[in-house]
Design a protein around this ligand. Structure first.
Ligand SMILES: Cc1cc2nc3c(=O)[nH]c(=O)nc-3n(C[C@H](O)[C@H](O)[C@H](O)COP(=O)(O)OP(=O)(O)OC[C@H]3O[C@@H](n4cnc5c(N)ncnc54)[C@H](O)[C@@H]3O)c2cc1C
Length: 246
């Protein structure tokens, strides 16, 4: 973490840049983390609540041009001697790292749910199209090759949903849910990616063009394997829990 916050009288002076921030180009408020004490490592990180519109020295940087989720803005946030009030701290100083990790665990259930929604839409579109498209004298839904793809989709989608519900249940009941959230996120996003590639295949040429929603679902699915921690990192989290290295 390179962004720093230094206390100056009744203000914190913030310097640094944040990359790839969802809704960064339209948000009025945001929570950012900064190093407040370099000597303390991860215990020297603090989170701040920022009023973007009222903060001098703050600006929105590059707005990214993305493969998918193009309806959602993703931008840089730039802080150049930005002054924020002394009391704009979220919680206690030095607690930022712990807060971020907790937020990520919850966020992963959200991203898993996003992936599940994409996969469900993919299955609905696949079933619908396969009943309409006639080839060799019958709807393609009559071909076992197509049926098997949809049967596998339905099975994996249900498995993903159950993993998500388990993680959400544990969180709601204040139990440890780091491993379960990571499992749900990585499995649901892998299902969404796999299902949408198969969905494009089921629609044939129409899977590849923008007239039908399938190509968009495939592009949107990809981000769920990347953000809120990549799926490689999800596996690291699961393994760490298995090995008792929490
Ligand atoms: C559209 C979009 C929106 C985003 N929104 C936000 C946001 O709102 N807030 C925010 O803070 N971030 C946001 N991000 C950032 C996102 O969370 C990161 O891009 C993501 O966590 C991956 O980090 P990275 O890009 O640095 O990849 P890297 O860490 O550089 O990873 C590159 C590759 O190396 C692999 N890798 C890295 N370390 C390891 C390891 N230890 N073991 C095995 N493999 C490893 C990764 O899995 C990946 O395959 C967003 C990103 C995008 C693209």
């Amino acid at each position: 973490m390179k962004t720093s916050a230094v206390l100056d009288g009744n203000h914190w002076i913030i310097n640094g840049e944040k990359k790839f921030i969802t809704n960064g180009n339209i948000a009025k408020y945001g929570v950012i983390a900064a190093v407040t004490d370099k000597t303390k490592g991860y215990k020297g990180i603090t989170q701040f609540v920022i009023d973007f519109e009222e903060t001098e020295g703050f600006s929105v940087g590059k707005v990214e041009d993305k493969l998918g989720i193009r309806g959602s803005g993703t931008s840089e946030l730039v802080f150049q001697d930005a002054r924020i009030p002394k009391d704009a701290i979220l919680g206690d100083p030095g607690n930022g790292f712990r807060q971020m990790l907790t937020t990520l665990d919850s966020g992963r259930i959200g991203i898993a749910s996003q992936a599940l929604g994409i996969a469900k839409c993919c299955l609905e579109e696949s079933v619908k199209y396969s009943k309409e498209r006639v080839q060799f004298g019958k709807p393609i839904s009559e071909f076992q090759a197509i049926q098997f793809k949809m049967a596998d989709m339905a099975t994996r989608i249900d498995a993903a949903e159950l993993l998500i519900l388990r993680a959400a249940y544990l969180e709601s009941n204040h139990k440890h849910f780091e491993k379960e959230a990571a499992m749900a996120k990585m499995y649901a996003s892998d299902v969404a990616m796999w299902a949408t590639v198969e969905g494009v295949q089921i629609l044939g040429g129409y899977g590849y063009v923008t007239e039908y929603p399938m190509e968009r679902l495939m592009r949107d699915a990809k981000i769920t394997q990347i953000y809120e921690g990549t799926n490689e990192i999800m596996r690291v989290v699961v393994a760490r829990n298995l090995l008792g290295k929490r």
